[in-house]
Design a protein around this ligand. Structure first.
Ligand SMILES: Cc1cc2nc3c(=O)[nH]c(=O)nc-3n(C[C@H](O)[C@H](O)[C@H](O)COP(=O)(O)OP(=O)(O)OC[C@H]3O[C@@H](n4cnc5c(N)ncnc54)[C@H](O)[C@@H]3O)c2cc1C
Ligand code: FES
Length: 282
């Protein structure tokens, strides 16, 4: 069993969980992920690592509450235990001396880009970190990211912090900065795709951490199949990092919807039941 050491909502709908998992923490590298289960009968879901502490034996994940398992994880309080934390899984993000690297993170990717930026900085790269959200109140870890970045830039759709707009602003950020040698993107599929679309015409190598549906996370089930440069890859064992300019995004977006009906109906049912119970006159 794996004890929840810390659990908090860091911004609306995004939760931080620090879990006791010493063996996982000892092996962890930036860009890898774990598979967790919130309870014995629950499904296994992949979560990128946002931080870890070898001495304390803990790993930290940032979870966006979008469905039944993430909802359950978000409801866990410090002190309880969960049955499964498997990892580290996937290949670490390639960290070399590239020169200037732009790290882009949105949603849970603001958390998982942190150890990547830290490792790049340790390798003497100049790190420009860009984080994006709908509004400034949805940004988090700004101070933590500043510590490992030479520059931190925010994009908010409502313009409440730095650049107003969405990831489309990336082109002008890149053009107004010094030459960028590599871009690394973590977050939702839309951000990964749009970021790659922006950097393609500029010819900057762009590495994205893909998040297709996964089941076993060990290359056995084939559910995480993606096409990259016309080759079939399993994101869990060949990735999760791939060249964003080579990914077949249309196929990935289509495959992500495979179980939508099965995922949304139980959630709606449980939320309706919850509503019926809480709003019952008795
Ligand atoms: C390698 C990897 C790393 C990931 N890291 C993180 C992380 O650090 N933090 C985090 O919050 N999430 C992360 N994800 C996504 C996370 O695994 C899913 O959000 C989770 O499995 C959803 O489970 P659920 O039961 O709560 O929702 P479900 O009931 O499975 O889904 C609810 C709704 O969300 C949609 N959905 C399902 N999966 C995703 C997805 N990956 N992205 C967007 N919408 C989806 C479904 O189609 C459905 O409409 C990662 C995924 C991968 C493959
Ligand atoms: S999750 Fe099963 S092969 Fe990747």
């Amino acid at each position: 069993m794996f004890k929840v050491i810390e659990s908090q909502m860091i911004v609306p709908n995004i939760h931080l969980l620090m879990l006791e998992a010493p063996a996982v923490a000892r092996q962890m590298k930036p860009g890898q992920f774990v598979i967790v289960r919130a309870d014995d009968g629950g499904e296994r879901i992949p979560l990128s690592i946002a931080d870890w502490d070898v001495e304390e034996g803990t790993v930290t994940v940032v979870v966006k509450n979008i469905g039944s398992t993430t909802d359950h994880l978000a409801s866990l309080r410090a002190g309880v235990s969960i049955p499964t934390v498997v990892g580290p899984l996937g290949n670490p993000t390639e960290i070399k001396e590239y020169g200037t690297v732009l790290c882009l993170g949105g949603c849970y990717g603001i958390g998982s880009i942190f150890p990547i930026a830290r490792a790049l900085k340790e390798k003497k790269n100049k790190v420009i970190t860009v984080i994006e959200a709908r509004s400034s109140y949805l940004l988090y870890w700004e101070e933590k990211l500043k510590e490992v970045s030479d520059e931190l830039i925010c994009i908010t759709r409502d313009g409440t912090k730095d650049h107003r707009g969405h990831v489309g602003r990336l082109t002008e950020i890149i053009k107004s900065s010094e030459p960028i040698n590599r871009i690394i993107i973590n977050g939702c599929t839309f951000l990964l795709k749009r970021g790659s679309d922006m950097s393609r015409p500029l010819g900057i190598k762009t590495v994205v951490s893909l998040n297709p549906i996964m089941i076993d996370g060990t290359g056995m089930c084939g559910v995480c199949r993606v096409t990259v440069g016309k080759t079939t890859k399993f994101a869990c064992v060949h990735g999760p990092d791939f060249d964003g300019h080579e990914v077949n995004w249309a196929e990935l977006l289509q495959r992500r919807k495979t179980y939508m009906r099965e995922e949304v109906i139980p959630l709606r049912t449980s939320r309706c039941e919850e509503h019926a119970i809480t709003s019952s006159p008795e």
